[in-house]
Design a binder for this molecule. Structure first.
Ligand code: KIV
Ligand code: ZN
Length: 388
């Protein structure tokens, strides 16, 4: 039987920690709905205790998402857990994600707590979270710089207190793929009860290894990957969802035994929507979603691709929801081309009345601009998000 790799998207929490990114409640809801269409298993909707706005966003998302689990982050303190529980309580599938740092440097300088105090806190707070909701994720912040033996104690305590997912964050993006593989293998071997829970990894990209580390973790037995759209996140960002999903899909020879629920055709529309709403564009050479990811510049490459795209493409642009012929729209374009463009951008559930309105807006815009770009079309639709 194939193994399900759960995709936990934290664009709305860690992704929002990208410097200068600030999303309002409606923008967050719009992204959450798109993440649901993309097929993510878990949406981390925010950090409910952080601000009244974050609480409202998590609550609204919890109330409006049908298929994905919705979670809020909470430090391992009572107040955070209470607020997170309140924010997600109306979700079809609610989860609380609670965490505490465990590494020596965090224990000494940030928490000023002993190992024993940390273990007591994990026991008490995971049990407390469990008294509200059944689905509890526990994260050991800076796990990858924590003594392995202590990490085993921490995770065993969390399991006994009711955690259903154990997350192993590489908080400062320090580890290499081999080390990540060894750590997950070690935990699987030594943590009692680990076979009954999901093992998750949450990798940061400080050394550019977050995706490689996540892949190594899957090969060692991790069953959940935490990631963000376009790799957004604190500092250098998090694991890119699009890269993980396409590695598993494209390298079937290596990953035959795994599957995700990601609808890869929704990857590009999701990436574009997140860029538009966060104001953070992807670099042109970004894998999968960058402007040049499927562009062939040299004559030799163009010749090869025209003869057979597989000469220089290991996946098709269509498979990630990109339009291979990049239809350019302008004021002379008709409704047929406009609808085709909407569909190629993943907006195929727009009703006919909405198409009429959007088409009229597009014509006004086309009068002002020589070419109307994909970004402009996405902006038109996103402005009307609530009616889709
Ligand atoms: O990077 C990290 O350790 C986190 C945790 C809160 C999961 O974001
Ligand atoms: Zn993080």
């Amino acid at each position: 039987m194939k193994k399900h790799i759960k995709i936990f998207d934290t664009t709305l929490r860690d992704g929002e920690q990208t410097p200068r990114v600030n999303l309002n409640t409606q923008e967050k809801l719009r992204i959450a709905k798109q993440l649901e269409s993309l097929g993510v298993d878990v949406i981390e909707a925010g950090f409910a205790v952080a601000s009244p706005g974050d609480f409202e966003s998590v609550k609204l998302i919890a109330e409006n998402i049908e298929k994905s689990t919705v979670t809020s982050l909470a430090r391992a303190v009572k107040k955070d857990i209470e607020v997170a529980a309140e924010a997600v309580k109306n979700a079809k599938k609610p989860r609380i994600h609670t965490f505490i740092a465990t590494s020596p440097i965090h224990r000494e300088y940030k928490l000023k707590m002993t190992k024993e105090q940390i273990l007591d806190r994990v026991k008490e707070m995971v049990s407390y979270a469990k008294s509200f909701i059944d689905d509890i994720e526990f994260s050991s912040e800076d796990a990858t710089r924590t003594e392995k033996e202590f990490l085993v104690e921490v995770y065993e305590t969390a399991i006994k207190a009711g955690a259903t997912t154990l997350n192993v964050p590489d908080t400062v993006g320090y580890r290499t793929p081999n080390e990540m593989f060894e750590l997950i293998t070690y935990l699987k071997k030594n943590v009692k009860g680990i076979e009954n829970v999901d093992i998750s990894v949450h990798c940061h990209d400080d050394l550019g290894l977050s995706v490689a580390n996540s892949v190594a973790a899957i090969q060692a037995g991790a069953t959940q990957i935490e990631c963000t759209i376009n790799g957004l996140g604190e500092r250098a960002g998090n694991t890119s969802l699009e890269e993980i999903a396409m590695i598993l899909k494209t390298r079937k020879d290596l990953f035959e035994e795994y599957y995700t629920n990601i609808d890869s055709k929704q990857i590009y529309p999701t990436s574009k929507l997140v860029s538009l709403l966060t104001g953070v564009s992807t670099q042109p050479n970004k894998a999968i979603v960058g402007a040049n990811a499927f562009a062939h510049e040299s004559g030799i490459h163009q010749h090869g691709v025209l003869a057979n795209p597989e000469t220089y493409e290991i996946m098709s642009p269509e498979s990630v929801g990109r339009n291979p012929d990049s239809l350019v729209l302008g004021k002379h374009s008709g409704k047929h081309a406009f609808v085709q463009k909407l569909e190629s951008l993943g907006f195929n559930h727009v009703g006919s009345d909405r198409v009429e309105e959007l088409f009229a807006q597009f014509k006004k815009l086309a009068d002002k601009k020589k070419y109307v770009l994909d970004e402009d079309i996405i902006a038109l639709v996103a402005g009307e998000a609530a009616k889709i």
